[in-house]
Design a protein around this ligand. Structure first.
Ligand code: 5GP
Ligand code: ZN
Length: 113
């Protein structure tokens, strides 16, 4: 999608500090981290938000979850754990309208962060 910052990162038009990439998933460090580990995990294809998911995306979402766990392990979060969050639309606090998951960890998180 033309005006989407995360699509631009997928297309390498905007630099990303990537921590994981495969054919359908990209993960990169958040530009404004709210925890010692704050990684954004996205499907490479543009999906605006969770309400736009279709049944055919079920496998993709499962693979994103597995990628998140792999990244968490690689970044040292296996022992103490982590949080995986999706903010959906305005009330969920979504600011970038390309489906993404926040992988947060590295210290004890409160209710919100
Ligand atoms: P949301 O509020 O939509 O769930 O989260 C969007 C996240 O994307 C925010 O944590 C924000 O810091 C991050 N973000 C926004 N623009 C950029 C960018 O250009 N590069 C990176 N690495 N992260 C970004
Ligand atoms: Zn996009």
């Amino acid at each position: 999608m033309a005006d989407c910052i995360f699509c631009k990162m997928v297309n390498k038009e905007v630099p990303a500090q990537a921590v994981y990439e495969d054919e359908e998933i990209l993960a990169f460090k958040d530009i404004n981290p709210v925890a010692p580990v704050h990684v954004i995990i996205i499907p490479k294809k543009h999906i605006t938000d969770a309400t736009q998911l279709k049944s055919e995306d079920a496998g993709l979402i499962g693979r994103i979850y597995l990628a998140a766990v792999q990244i968490a392990k690689e970044l040292g979060l296996e022992e103490n754990g982590f949080r995986l969050v999706n903010n959906c639309k305005v009330d969920g606090g979504q600011e970038v309208f390309h489906l993404h998951f926040h992988l947060l960890g590295g210290h004890k998180l409160g209710l919100f962060v």
